[in-house]
Design a protein around this ligand. Structure first.
Ligand code: CUA
Length: 323
């Protein structure tokens, strides 16, 4: 994420425009094969649009300031037919054919290199990796992928319609209750990108983002092994269980069965809390536990601000150790 802190008077528009172009969340800085196709289509359409705009503006200017002389009815008919019918048909047909060549060309039978089940919830992302040996590893609000491998996302929703969108990696895919949509992406570059929810889904729709980290093959294998492991049990686990957190959250190795909220087994390794809302620091975590709704309206998690300060500190310490 990148933000702009310097906004001089009169150039707010230009700054806004430039800020919208940071490469971690830009469809114009493609980092996957699918996003590269979308970017090619965009640039082709932009170039065509400029050419057509120049032709139309040229004709308009000629009509206003050009030398006035009478034209035959035949010329007028032809001009209307060529400019108003033939030209748009040719341009739109070419665009359609070009667009068709860019459609994904995979079949249901082609096995992807990796399958990830994504469930959108108000307002966070449940991410479940389906490993080749059949085991499933759950995490939340962070997607890690190996470079040069095709990842298949099976996208669903538990409540309302959301939309899964990683602009640098590809187009949007709706997350719809009661059905599963499939999206395949093949990252070409390592790096950290930003994904968002692209369908208004409630008061905290804008606080439903996630980091996407593209690793080399070895780095991804290390990450998935780390995620597969249970949490190291620390004395703070007692406070976590006593405060009732396990009713909604699972910390593998400590308490299982909580499925309402995000799996917290390795929460300390995540860059953000509240689904891309706050950097994952001790101070932010403490504020979040005390009142999630203060930063994220309508968040489902109950506030824990009434806990004694030392209990809150113990919870923060425990969570910060979940690496
Ligand atoms: Cu979920 Cu917008």
């Amino acid at each position: 994420m990148q933000s702009c802190t310097w906004v001089p008077k009169g150039t707010a528009f230009a700054v806004l425009f430039v800020c919208g172009c940071t490469s971690d969340q830009s469809a114009l800085h493609p980092a996957s094969r699918e996003a590269a196709d979308v970017a090619v289509l965009f640039w082709a359409m932009a170039a065509g649009t400029i050419v057509i705009w120049l032709i139309v503006m040229g004709a308009a200017i000629y009509a206003v300031v050009g030398r006035r002389r009478p034209r035959s009815e035949r010329f007028a008919d032809r001009f209307t037919l060529v400019g108003g019918v033939a030209f748009p048909v040719v341009v739109l047909a070419a665009l359609l054919l070009f667009g068709l060549t860019l459609l994904p060309d995979w079949h249901e039978d082609d096995a992807p290199d990796l399958r990830i089940h994504v469930t959108a919830e108000q307002y966070w992302w449940r991410i479940v990796y389906e490993l080749p040996d059949g085991t499933r590893v759950e995490t939340a609000n962070e997607v890690h992928l190996p470079v040069d491998a095709t990842a298949e996302f099976r996208i669903a929703s538990r409540d309302v319609i959301h939309s899964f969108w990683i602009p640098a990696l590809g187009g949007k895919m709706d997350a719809i209750p009661g059905r599963t949509n499939t999206l395949r992406l093949t990252p070409m570059r390592t790096g950290v990108y930003r994904g968002v929810c692209a369908e208004f889904c409630g008061p905290s729709h804008a606080f439903m983002a996630f980091d996407v980290r593209i690793h080399g093959a070895d780095g991804f294998a290390r990450w998935i092994e780390m995620q597969r492991a249970s949490a190291a049990v620390s004395p703070g686990a007692r406070d976590f269980i006593a405060s009732g957190c396990g009713a909604c959250h699972t910390v593998r190795g400590v308490v299982t069965g909580g499925v309402i909220g995000p799996d917290l087994t390795h929460v300390a390794t995540r860059a953000t809390i509240g689904a891309g809302t706050l950097p994952n620091t001790e101070a932010n975590l403490r504020a979040w536990l005390a009142s999630p709704q203060a930063t994220k309206p309508a968040a489902v998690m109950p506030p824990y601000g009434t806990l004694p300060a030392e209990d809150l500190d113990a919870l923060v310490d425990f969570l910060m150790e979940l690496r």
